[in-house]
Design a protein around this ligand. Sequence first.
Ligand code: BEZ
Length: 400
Amino acid sequence: MNGWMGWLTALVTLVVAAGLMGACEKEPAQTAPIKLGLVLPYSAVYASLGEDITQGLELALAEVDNQAAGRPFEVLKQDSQVNPKVGLQVTNKFIQQDKVDFLIGPVASHVALAMRKAAHDSQTFLIIANAAADQLTRELCSPYIFRTSFSAWQPYYPMAEWMAKTENIRKVALLAPNYAAGKQAMAAFKEGFLPHGGEVTSEQYPALGESDFQPYLSKVIQGSPDAVFVFFSGADAVKFVKQWAQSGLNRTLPLYASGFLVEGSMLRAQGQDAIGIKNSLHWSDTLDNPVNRRFVAAYKARFGEKPSLFSMQGYDTGRLIIAALEATGGDTTDKARLQRALETVTIESPRGPFKLSKAHNPVQNIYVREVVNGPDGPENRIIALAAENLEDPGTGCPML
Ligand code: BEZ
């Protein structure tokens, strides 16, 4: 073989080999597991919320035999410890080492804000299954960030209006944990309350994970409000409701709240102390529609307990991911295509009407609920619709 023939043969061999390698590389991409990286609290104040989201997600995956478009799911879990630094560390590990297809979580707003840049810059899809910080679907919105839960503004703004208009509350004391979600919750409440002649008699922010609420309750009383409005969840919610009842205030002062105060295992722990608390959220296990009835029954059968709102959000997160993957034939490499699929697929949510806004936040009903004694103990009965198909304003999101 002369020189140029030898060179040509080598070139052809190289091209064919490269082509084969390309074909081999593509093949496993269609059958390789879809990696889901869960950044959720399995310890600290919101541990029970993390467990509920995980169980809801597991139910959604089990319903499709743990696969979508022929690709199995691989679920990886990391404990965020409700700590922004830890949340970011485990997010980076999921992105750089595990190369996950989706990040799921977190529960707490300050953890989500810490994770946001890493997800956005690496173009890793982050499906927020709880954290409420408004910015995430406003000025910090991203093509890669979707929320299946709610913005901080959504449950509070209409509840404040409802309290002023329907319950004739004029003077209110506010209490929430001292971090992004607590601050934004109370800002949204005031936005709905003050224009109706409402007055805030005190506004207090105990530390997240506070154990003694008595000094805060003393200050509440000094302002002589008509009612108190609070946002607490997880272990804080159980402690707050117990101490509220111990102080005797449950007999003299109406307590209103975001529904996170009285959900799932928290309500089970609070028992009779929670009776009568009126609260707002975008779901209740007592919501009467066929999808919710099926979901509640399937969850009870699998886990031996009623689902919470957090379980429902985990379930919808799974269903959204499954539907989007079915739409792309399991392809996760074309990010723009997967983004479009996440934006356009429809899922039937147990919460009733559900679609994503252009900023990737749910458009959904907000219900007023009241804790009453039901057939199996205390439950959240729906007593009013605070807002129908409520869309967060999405202020400052460039995708609008
Ligand atoms: C949050 O930090 O965004 C949050 C935590 C618990 C319940 C609701 C919201």
